[in-house]
Each structure stands twice: as C-alpha cells, then as structure tokens.
Design a protein around this ligand. Sequence first.
Ligand code: ZN
Length: 230
Amino acid sequence: MIKKYLDSFLHLWYPHICLQCGTDQLDNNSPLCLPCANALPLTDFCSMPNNPIEKIFWGRITIQHASAALFFTKDSIVQKLIFELKYKHNKKAGLFLGRIMGNDLKNSSKYACISLLIPIPISTKKLRKRGFNQAQILCEGIAQIWDKKIATNILLKKRNSDSQTHKDRLERAGKNSFQFYLNNIQLLENENILLIDDVITTGATLEAACNCLEQGRPNSINIATAAYTL
Ligand SMILES: [Zn+2]
C-alpha cells in the first residue's frame, strides 16, 4: 500500500511514460507501452539460416551462429532505446532490449547449447563516464528470460585501445584482436560462448573480440546483438 502511494507520488514529479508515444499506461519495468513494444521491428534472424549477421563474418572468423534481434534505422524507436541505454544512463531500456533478445534466443534451438554469455567490454574510461557497460546490462536482461551464466571478468578491453590512431596502427599491423585481452583464460575451455553487443554494423569489434576469445579454446563462439544497422 505504502509503495503504491509512493509510486503515485513519484509519478507526479517523474512521470513514467512510453518513450515512443508518451502514454503513461505502461508497465513500470518497461520503457515502452505494450502497443509500441509489439510494433518493434523484429528481424527473426534467430530462426533464419545464413542470415545477414552470419554473412557479415563469412571468410573472416569461424562462428557457429549469429543474430540480431531488431532492425536499427535512423530516427527510429530502436535508435532511441539504444541511445537511452548508452548515453542517458537508462538501464531500464537496456534490460528491456535484453529481454527481447532473451526471448528470441530462448525460442531458437540453435542457441540451446550456449553455456556462457560474454558482454563486449568497454574501456575503463567509458565505464567511468557511463557508470556501466551497456552490453553487460543487455546480458542481465537476457538472463531475466533465459537462465544463463554471465562472465564479466574474462574478456577485457586494453587501456588506450579507444584512440583511433592506436586502432589504425594495430589494424594496419593485422593485430586488430589486440584491443582485447583475456583474464582467467582456462574458464573458456569447452564452453559454448555467446558474445553480446548492442549494435552490429561492420562487425570489426566483434571480429576482434572473437579472435581473442579463440585463444581460450572454447567449443564454439556465437554472437547476438540487440540491433542490426540497415
Ligand atoms: Zn507507446
């Protein structure tokens, strides 16, 4: 009862409204109302063999399966959700996106073997600024739907790997994977890894992370992102 009053009271100052249409008729844990959530552009890539995400990596790295849950287009609600997660400290948006991914993955037999979720790490500098790693929040949302272990301390990002000059130099030297490193490498052996990121475009970062993860001799590497840029 007290919580109900407190919620109503808070609502006066901080109204919880749908990010898309502005209605206040929505679940407390969701950034979108039900009709707006139901209108999200799902890709259905999880059930599609040789989907566009898997094709991105053809001839580059060996991955078992890859998919993205939503189409990302400019000025869309998907872009807004990702923006909220990355730049507005909106964890609710991230957990929501994670749950959409979780539903997708759980219903696909291709991902049944997954034993470990690994979020793409961000630099300590970004982590300090943002307060959290957005890919980690996506993992937590996935795990709310699909009971999987999250490994946060295995794949790590090297310091200063964000600088473009540094990146260009490493890429020229064919050492793209050097922006990441592994900790507790033995924990990857025989695991079926699902690497998680927010948006996939060229796949360069994910490719570098996969090259790094391979050193841990996992059984398989899979990729899932919240959105795919058209
Ligand atoms: Zn709405």
